[in-house]
Design a protein around this ligand. Sequence first.
Ligand code: ADP
Ligand code: ZN
Length: 729
Amino acid sequence: MDGFFDEGELVGVLTTQPLDRLLDYRAPAGGCHAGAYVDVPLGPRRVLGVVWGRGRGDYDLSKIRPVNRVLDVAPMREEMQSFLEKMGEYTLTPMPAMLRLASRAPGLGDAPSMRKVYRLGHGTPDRMTAAREKVLAVLEEFGGLAFTLGELADHAGVSSSVIKGLVKQGAIDEEDSPRDLPYAPLDPDHAGRDLTADQAAAAESLRGAVRTGGYGTTLLKGVTGSGKTEVYLEAVAECLRQGRQALVLLPEIALSGEFLSRVQARFGAKPAEWHSGVTMTERRRAWKMVGEGGAQLVVGARSALFLPFRDLGLIVVDEEHDTSYKQEDGVLYNARDMAVLRASITGAQVVLASATPSLESWANAESGKYRRLDLTSRFGAAVLPEMRAIDMRGKDLPGHRWISPTLRRAVDARIQAGEQALLFLNRRGYAPVTICRACGHQIGCDQCDARMVEHRFLKRLMCHQCGETKPMPEACPSCEVEGKLAPVGPGVERLAEEAAELWPEARIAVLSSDLFGSARQLKAEIEAIAAGGADIVIGTQLVAKGHNFPLLTLVGVIDSDLGLQGSDLRAAERTFQLMRQVAGRAGRAEKPGLALLQSFQPEHPVIRAILAGDEEGFWRAEAAGREAAGMPPYGRLAGIILSGSNLEETFALGTALARNTAPLDRIGAQVFGPAPAPIARVRGRHRVRLLVKAPKGAPLQQAVAEWIRPARPKGDLRLAVDIDPQSFF
Ligand code: ADP
Ligand code: ZN
């Protein structure tokens, strides 16, 4: 890279504005570095940009304006520029959109502001209370470190008024300090655990990989509870010892309370967090400190991948198979795959951890592209739950009952033993369908081609596509007969009703993402349950993800067949993963667990593979099927999603695309469609899909780019490309 530009030199600036080229400016007084974040004039406005390199000078030189100002943040590193370019090429995303992903922190240009911090003072309080002692003990433990009011109150478990009281007495000093403080240092040797032989071998292998200082990816596969987290935290420790930064990606970051406490216990302080629940000021702090090296470890959601790490040595993708790693709107990317890309550019190690890896990662390990480490047994006394199917055929449950007598008896037994049972149903709300018993009409969303789901708790109907809600009508919207609308099928809320009737004495908790106002509330509820605050937990897939419920010994899957319906390429894989994950919730402590799967097709190969626990057999069969069909990971797919308010125009665009496929033909790719998307209308916009299927190794992106270039969508028509699509809705 050219390094530095003197005042007046031409620089090419990438802005966040949707333009298809770099803009030329003159370097400001004092010059600027390549990669510098700048504020530049664009027409009458000022916009954010990054000095991408030398200017092209192919524009009227007399009209070129100078950069307004260089922002007070670390310049973007060359490695990051290259990552954004490569990812842009891979996902066919224009560079301004890539830059927006990489600069998602507010007030990057603001002058550093101040805030109050607290540290140990010299005065002695007039009288000691337990709360005051706790505060002073925390400050003593952390030596000279300064805390914010919130951090200190949190750490000590007291209210902020206790701290204010101590300030008045001079026992604590209150000072002004720059807002964006470095994070408390993490100590890699703070509290390592004694690992089992299995774990120790895996940890040593990962440490060795981190020490090489270069790129490599390892699939860390281990049953739930085998200690994957313990093991990869050792890789993090080694990375910190090397003085490099580490990133741990989690799928449902909002639920990481337990995880953060584990990190704190292991390293003696909290890491930086990056996810939607983090306040704007904390976001800016994290962004800046990651760039300056004031954050050693970030625990975050997928977008943490775009933080400006100064020296990233390790990326852990926990629950790597999780579908939430795929961003499904805006820039369509899979954070797991992009983590591998970023690591390969920057020379970092990647650890993909899962009990049930994606077929992609499994195949990459088979072919030797990734290393693979296996943890085969659960830690300590915990053993894998026994799994059994409950054949629901001929059970003749009444129309509003879903819990079979066998499952009911199993729950009875847990309640008597003072243990917990989980009833799993992957459906939010009260009932998925509301039907009119007079005319048969099903209530649908006005904006989408989808049924409205009753949410009794909210007292409304909700569309799970667009989020639109409306009150439950008195009369049928179609035939106008009153009092005939009835729920059909169960959601978790309705299942909770059944459970309350069956076990009136039991404490029942429902865990579903829509029932909690905030991530914090949800986190608190999960912690309360883990501590024994419920006898029966009723939950959606939210509960499948990595929480420890030590008292839980029974999992009842209400409808094991649910995920097997539909034609999704990954239906079998998903069901297999989800069932195994859910079953893994049971028996994590000393007591053995039992998983009961209610199914109308217990002979289905997927259900049988789940029960038999023959994972390698399942993967091999699934892989053979995909290979024979030329499907991923043995072939490549790209989805084209067209949308618009006018159905004919949207379809016409698809037909035009399908008519001229020369660039795709050249790489031996096939085109399917256009066809109405399975959900053919969302938010009033019609949706039409095409699917491109290419041989593995074919230059898919270039061909798709060339193919769609002439299709310039007019008016409100939109064209989105989804490389490696995960869902086909
Ligand atoms: P996984 O990530 O594979 O689900 P965890 O790392 O969460 O497994 O381990 C499961 C439980 O066992 C956790 O409570 C963890 O603290 C405990 N555990 C695992 N290994 C050890 C160990 N070597 N020493 C003490 N506790 C351990
Ligand atoms: Zn809708």
